[in-house]
Design a protein around this ligand. Structure first.
Ligand code: HMG
Ligand code: MG
Length: 317
């Protein structure tokens, strides 16, 4: 197999960043797929607790069609209820100008647009072709520039599509560059159905970093096949420093049946903290948020580190 990890096997792991930016997507990607729709008060409390645990980048909701995603219908009220903490960026997901206007009115600090590397997924998720999605993004980019709101760009299905199967990395690289060229300040590569493995992640980042600066690439792994942490380690060794994750591994994707939630933030932070890589996050606090929200969502906590740390804490009490 023709892939190569950077660094020599000298008895030391090399090439890890000193600092990693964690983008917490549990309140959006997580809750959008929970069967129990939480009330505004609980969503606000989740976001506030995450910020108190040290998360500085929180995707707090989505301004999308409430018919498509009823779980996000109250995002404006959620944004209005958050205790804004200085230095925390609260992001809103937007598919079009209507969504952008709602996000702007809700005082989102950043918006995130989302395209797909699969035509079928694009059609199912946002009811348009990939080309049409970029036509919809043009007025969003224009309005965001006027309002001085930074725009993040997601690309879904980068390592596989629930309808089309394998997706070529060249296609992903071209579309990532397109998101970069229209003005997205960060490109988040979504393994929407969590199928990718280490060698594929290597090939993916290697292709995308040729056209997008590697420090502007984020990785967004759903953990369906348990490969997310391994993939993140490879991405970090290749120069990526931005990781999306979800507290307690909440969520999935409504248009990718069977897909698990994102990699759990607790699991990522446990590993990074122990490796001496700065995240700015208090793991014990984060674990308590994960336990709390799992209970509220009436689901098991999908974070292994979260469960392990919480059970130790219980023994101490
Ligand atoms: P459409 O039906 O083609 O849009 O949907 P339309 O313009 O024809 O409008 C249809 C209706 O939606 C109208 O209402 C509009 O007003 C309304 P009606 O007249 O029928 O009452 N509408 C809106 N309402 C609220 N906010 C808006 C908005 N726009 C139109 N912004 C559309 C197109 C994109 C709107 C729709 O398909 C949609 O909202 N899709 C969102 C799907 C979604 O949120 N998916 C999950 C997020 S993506 C994801 O999870 C992947 C990611 O995590 C990365 C990864 O893991 O890969 C990011
Ligand atoms: Mg996702």
């Amino acid at each position: 197999m023709s892939f190569q990890l950077t660094g020599q096997l000298t008895g030391q792991l090399t090439n890890f960043p000193k600092k990693v930016k964690i983008v917490e997507v549990g309140a959006r990607d997580g809750l959008q797929n929970e069967p129990n729709i939480l009330d505004v008060k609980t969503k606000v409390e989740l976001i506030n607790r995450l910020a108190q645990a040290g998360l500085q980048h929180i995707e707090a909701g989505a301004f999308v069609s409430p018919k498509k995603i009823p779980q996000m219908a109250d995002s404006s009220e959620v944004f209005a209820g958050i205790d804004r903490i200085k230095n925390v960026t609260y992001t809103g997901l937007v598919p079009n100008l209507m969504g952008f206007e709602a996000a702007l009115a809700a005082k989102a600090d950043e918006v995130a647009i989302f395209a797909a590397a699969s035509e079928t997924f694009s059609k199912r998720n946002i009811n348009c072709t990939i080309d049409e999605s970029f036509e919809r993004f043009a007025p969003v980019m224009h309005a965001a520039k006027q309002a001085k709101i930074p725009v993040r760009g997601y690309l879904s299905c980068v390592l596989g599509c629930p309808y089309e199967g394998k997706i070529s990395v060249q296609k992903v690289a071209v579309l990532s560059k397109k998101l970069w060229d229209i003005g997205c300040h960060e490109i988040s590569l979504g393994d929407t159905i969590g199928v990718g493995v280490v060698s594929e992640t290597y090939a993916l980042i290697d292709a995308v970093r040729r056209s997008v600066p590697v420090e502007k690439i984020a990785v967004h792994f759903h953990d369906t096949y348990g490969q997310a942490l391994a993939n993140i380690i490879v991405a970090l060794q290749m120069g990526v420093t931005v990781v999306d994750s979800s507290v307690a591994g909440l969520g999935g994707c409504p248009y990718a049946v069977g897909a698990s939630g994102n990699v759990a933030t607790e699991d990522v932070v446990y590993g990074l903290n122990k490796m001496g890589i700065q995240t700015g996050i208090n793991l014990d606090w984060l674990v308590s948020v994960g336990q709390w929200i799992s209970k509220i969502c009436k689901r098991p906590n999908s974070s292994k580190a979260g469960v392990a740390i919480a059970s130790k804490q219980l023994k101490k009490d």
